[in-house]
Design a protein around this ligand. Structure first.
Ligand code: CP
Ligand code: NVA
Length: 313
């Protein structure tokens, strides 16, 4: 097993303060965890009786379940709380809520609307804080996606990943950061209005590994021409519901469907963080088709999060 000392006690709010080597170490441990589980080793007691608090402001299927199972399989105890069930909704401050959680728990996994809430939690907390999705980042998803690409394509270095959809959303931002750090190339295909902020794109380029490239375009056909991976996500993320009508119009031409796949290589893999809105960003025939790896991605959330918890907590 890999050394588990160096990352102890750290927060995972975004991938920005994790080096390429650290990301690789997480992925390596995740792969080992997966191998052990597949061979019947269900419990590996890295958490050994520790309790982890799961604080969710937004709905979740995969993240909540995979974290609860991950904590159980590491010999720990998960405590899930929906935001609306806590005293914060009756006026207790977020800071005091964190102080209370710190009295009992050894780590906090939080899904929030505003990334600034995560920063508040992390500033107050004495125990590691892990981002389970914010408006700005979804690092656990990106790490699971990288593990999936490595399993399917053998590597990330030199691989062309094409994200089609909202270039500024949490999933796209974290995926781009991970791919560029690991030496892959990323093309983001978005309507001009929803293209990745140039300041974030510059930041990513500055921190990219060697010749990794980040290309921004609004042309799906051009974008997918040399794709090894096509990735899409919802057009309307949680918290953006008031923009629904406008986004439906803007993103209409950005659907991942079999017409578009005619322009991509035959062995391209199709990825989606899920939940999918079938018939909008992706069609049934593509998400259920032979190139789709979306259920491997979902499964890999478990293995990657076990590795994250084992290394950080
Ligand atoms: N991909 C993902 O985070 O899914 P959930 O919203 O279901 O957790
Ligand atoms: N971008 C989506 C991801 C859901 C897992 C959202 O934030 O709603």
């Amino acid at each position: 097993m890999s050394s588990i000392r160096s990352m102890k006690g750290r927060d995972l709010l975004t991938l920005s303060n994790f080096t390429r080597e650290e990301i690789k170490e997480i992925l390596k441990l995740a792969s080992e965890m997966k191998y052990l589980l597949k061979n019947g080793k269900y419990i590996i007691p890295y958490l050994n009786g520790k309790s982890v608090f799961l604080l969710f402001q937004k709905p979740s299927t995969r993240t909540r379940i995979s974290f609860e199972v991950a904590i159980y399989q590491l010999g720990g105890f998960p405590i899930y709380a929906n935001w609306n069930e806590l005293q914060v909704i009756r006026g207790e401050t977020l800071e005091d809520t964190v102080r209370a959680i710190n009295a009992y728990c050894d780590a906090i996994v939080a899904r929030v609307y505003k990334h600034s809430d995560l920063e508040i939690i992390a500033n107050v907390s004495r125990v590691p804080v892990i981002n389970a999705l914010s408006d700005l980042a979804h690092p656990c998803q990106a790490l699971a996606d990288c593990l999936t690409i490595i399993e399917k394509k053998g590597k990330i270095e030199g691989i062309n990943v094409v994200f089609i959809g909202d270039g500024n959303n949490n999933v796209c931002r974290s995926l781009s950061e991970a791919i560029l750090k690991l030496g892959g190339n990323i093309t983001i295909v978005s309507p001009k209005k929803y293209q990745m902020d140039s300041s974030y794109a510059d930041f990513l380029r500055k921190n990219a590994y060697k010749d990794s490239s980040l290309i921004l375009t609004d042309n799906p056909i051009e974008g997918v021409k040399n794709a090894d991976v096509i990735y899409t996500d919802v057009w309307v993320s949680m918290g953006q519901e008031s923009e629904y009508e406008e986004r439906m119009k803007e993103f209409k031409k950005y659907q991942v469907n079999s017409e578009l796949l005619k322009f991509a290589p035959d062995d391209v893999i199709i990825m989606h963080c899920l939940p999918a809105h079938r018939g909008l960003e992706i069609t049934d025939e593509v998400i259920d088709g032979k190139n789709s790896v979306v259920w491997d991605q979902a499964e890999n959330r478990l293995h990657v999060q076990k590795a994250i918890l084992a290394l950080l907590v």
